[in-house]
Design a protein around this ligand. Sequence first.
Ligand SMILES: [Zn+2]
Length: 181
Amino acid sequence: MSDIVRPVESDKDIPAHLRGTPVAELLEYHNFGRELVPVPAPRLLIGMCMDNRKHLHIPDNFAFILRAGGANLRPSEFKVSYAIAVGGVRAVAIIGHNNCGMVNLMARSHQFIDGLVKNAGWDKQQAEDHFFHFAPLFEIGNELDFTRSEAKRIRMRYPGVKVAPMLYKVEDNRLYLLVED
Ligand SMILES: [Zn+2]
């Protein structure tokens, strides 16, 4: 995989700027098998895709989790603000994943439109309008670039918060850190 994707298998793989943060804790729980002891208050906001192939190993109460196609938090900003302002979290992990369905949505336009007609009971025109109206908003282009740009966007919007972009690989169910420019 690309050289911007860094495996995290032990403490030495966690970069200095993330050590001691809730982002490092997430890696310890999920990748290192750290014992899942419930925590008293949430410490992290996790943005991740709605995709069914992913499951995080984290203790009860550890994180707010926003799941949205492609880990795209642009339509979820109020909820991000809530987790930070009211929930008190000071760290955000944006977790993209490989083989994401929000990449190249146009290639699935027929499947999407036909599926709405067949499964949801929509008429064809309504389904087409819906797809072509929303696909540009939800298209992420490329998982790695999108996840990194989303992390950068959240960091600029909420400068008091630590933000880290990550990749969840669906083949091995592990978290990887994404190197930023
Ligand atoms: Zn996805």
